[in-house]
Design a protein around this ligand. Sequence first.
Ligand code: NDP
Length: 281
Amino acid sequence: MRDDLPTVSFPTTITVPALGIGTWKMGEDPDKVPDEMSSIRAALECGWSVVDTAEMYGEGGAELVVGAALRGCREKAFVVSKVYPWNASTQGVQDACARSLERLAIDKIDLYLLHWRGDVPLTETVAGMEILRQQDMIGAWGVSNFDVDDMEELFSIPGGENCAANQVLYNAARRGIEFDLLPWCQERSLPVMAYSPLGQGDLLHHKEIIRLSKAYQATPAQIALAFVLERDGVLAIPKTSRPDRIRELSEAVDLEISDEDWAELDRALAPPAAKKPLEMI
Ligand code: NDP
């Protein structure tokens, strides 16, 4: 187990490694479940801790896979799950959380996120999240796919400042958040969870990522991940269903890319020069 991964701290004073495993597309095909479980276990063995799932993934199937993988090693994991926006009323969020806990076969979700903003007023969702926290069914709550204006609205309502994280699309080819959302979160010490850090695999074929991988004798996936891990307060949650890829991805932490090469990457995959609406998948 590695103890040299960089870390991020949630406002609840919990600190976790800045690398966790995503589980979207897991739990959809029974033939793939053994590999998916092994991959989650391998991530925990490598000290990744954070396991990111959602009631949406495989319509509960991914939570079942996570629950099975955590059997006997729950204490190693920091479990993140998400509620559908249409389940995010004050009562709905409590009911959805209870269902997720049952599928995950655990007593408490460490971080529970509103998956994206829907029609339910934020005051209702926050009230439900706060009840879940008081009942110890969740350790902390946060949001996902919230842009700066959404965050400002959230922080203006009672309890909204208890939001512990924002999970958004972020990778070397999707850098929009660097203009405003990322600094907004960093100023408040609010962790950003970077989803699709490998660009769902597509980024690994980019010319500049391949150039850097050759220059550093690394794999394209390691370079893509190193880009995200370079940012303060950002937690990357790559998904892989292949246990052999966990060690490869872990080694991204050891890469020391020079300032000149980061500047070269900025020329090929430029940071935003103006505000862009938050992109989401
Ligand atoms: P990623 O950027 O993590 O890419 C995953 C893809 O990359 C998979 O096809 C995987 O294949 C492949 N891959 C993984 N490691 C390697 C490697 N070393 N070499 C080559 N290919 C590799 O995409 P995701 O969209 O899955 O994002 C990660 C997680 O973020 C999700 O699983 C989910 O938990 C979360 N998410 C949250 C969203 C939200 O709205 N909050 C939206 C999207 C994602 P294989 O499995 O075969 O290794």
